[in-house]
Design a protein around this ligand. Structure first.
Ligand SMILES: *Cc1c(COP(=O)(O)O)cnc(C)c1O
Length: 365
């Protein structure tokens, strides 16, 4: 950037420019000693924790975890912040880059609800640039999102890619153009929670040339670790440092870190890749089956591990599935999705049940 300041430095909340964050007993220089009496921890082990793994506060950013996640996502460890799920990443971005009660974000609904929830909690405005349902598939208008961001002075533009619940894939070139247009003016946050299920696993390569690009990843979906709450923010080292100063002192519980490290071992990664491959195949099989069911009006193409479908009678389909013990996501309260359900891809047997029910429901509907 030849002496110009980075987008992150330009966009960081002005009142946080000299903010150092909380200095915990675990942050700062490495101390040596064998009697650690600096954090008011108990000297005795709990009977509930026979191995004594939980007696101490955890490392805020365990280097082994950071390294393993960084290698998984193809970035340097300094470009990655491990978070309590991507939900925490979203919240940190709002808090670091939107002044309370003043900032704004741009989103393309229908989209994952947490962007608007975090914005609302923080007093940031939400600028909607709705995605369009064109010829049976969803399209976010990134040029219109850039226009809106510039017009409204938005701090963050969220691009959910692949889109939840739309299943949309946004081309990498479009993301790059968006980032370039907003350089120095706004951060572009690509939420890649479902990237493992997509044809192309986007965007990490774009970080190098775009200092206003942020990517969110998670172990919750393809790595089957939703209960551990482990997400990652990928961005420039400078931006990562800013987020870390806003983060809770001990965001990652020790059992979650242990589970994540186990899930990042080679055999577990191979298992996750195989499971994602199967989910993709099952997604296309289920989509083909649903397209043939008479009560189904439309099934959108999807790059995620779910399908969004419109029904002639969504209530009847929802009820029939529920009667058969199959719980799907009712999307009808979402604007523009008044006849839609979102169905996660399950095991082949579970997907068969969905198809069997909806083939039957045709008679009832
Ligand atoms: C499921 C999901 C996430 C994951 O959130 P975690 O907090 O990491 O579990 C993030 N973004 C989108 C769009 C999702 O659907």
């Amino acid at each position: 950037m030849n002496g110009m300041s980075s987008t992150a430095a330009t966009l960081l909340r002005e009142d946080l420019r000299d903010f150092a964050g909380y200095k915990s007993a675990r942050s700062g220089v490495a101390l040596s000693g064998d009697a650690w009496l600096n954090a008011n921890e108990s000297p005795s082990v709990s009977p509930a924790d026979a191995a004594g793994a939980l007696r101490r506060y955890p490392d805020p950013q365990p280097q082994a975890l950071r390294n393993a996640l960084a290698s998984l996502y193809g970035v340097d460890a300094a470009q990655l912040l491990a978070t309590r799920g991507s939900d925490e990443g979203i919240d940190l971005l709002l808090r670091a880059f939107c002044a309370p009660g003043q900032g704004a974000i741009v989103i393309a609904p229908p989209v994952f609800g947490m962007y608007a929830v975090c914005a609302r909690l923080h007093g940031a405005r939400v600028v909607d640039v709705p995605a369009q349902d064109v010829d049976g598939s969803w399209r976010s208008d990134l040029a219109a999102m850039a226009d809106a961001a510039l017009r409204e002075g938005a701090n963050l533009v969220f691009v959910c890619n692949p889109g939840n619940p739309t299943g949309e894939a946004v081309a990498e070139g479009e993301i790059e153009r968006l980032a370039q247009r907003l350089r120095g003016k706004a951060l572009v946050v690509v939420d890649a929670a479902y990237a493992e299920f997509a044809d192309t696993d986007a965007a990490a390569a774009l970080l190098a040339g775009n200092d206003n690009l942020v990517i969110l990843r998670t172990l919750s979906k393809a790595h089957a670790l939703a209960g551990a709450r482990i997400g990652s923010v990928l961005a420039s080292p400078e931006l990562i440092g800013m987020l870390q100063r806003c983060q809770a002192p001990y965001p990652l519980a020790q059992p979650a870190v242990a589970a994540a490290l186990a899930a990042l071992a080679p055999a577990a990664l191979a298992h996750a890749r195989a499971a994602a491959t199967q989910a993709r195949a099952e997604r296309e099989r289920l989509r083909a089956g649903l397209l043939g069911a008479a009560g189904v009006r439309r099934v959108y193409p999807s790059q995620g591990n779910f399908l969004l479908a419109r029904f002639i009678d969504a209530q009847a389909a929802f009820d029939a599935l529920l009667d058969a013990g199959v719980v799907v996501r009712d999307m009808r309260a979402t604007a523009g999705l008044g006849d839609a359900l979102r169905i996660s891809i399950g095991t082949p047997a579970q997907n068969d049940r969905v198809l069997a029910v909806l083939a039957d429901a045709r008679q009832a509907a």
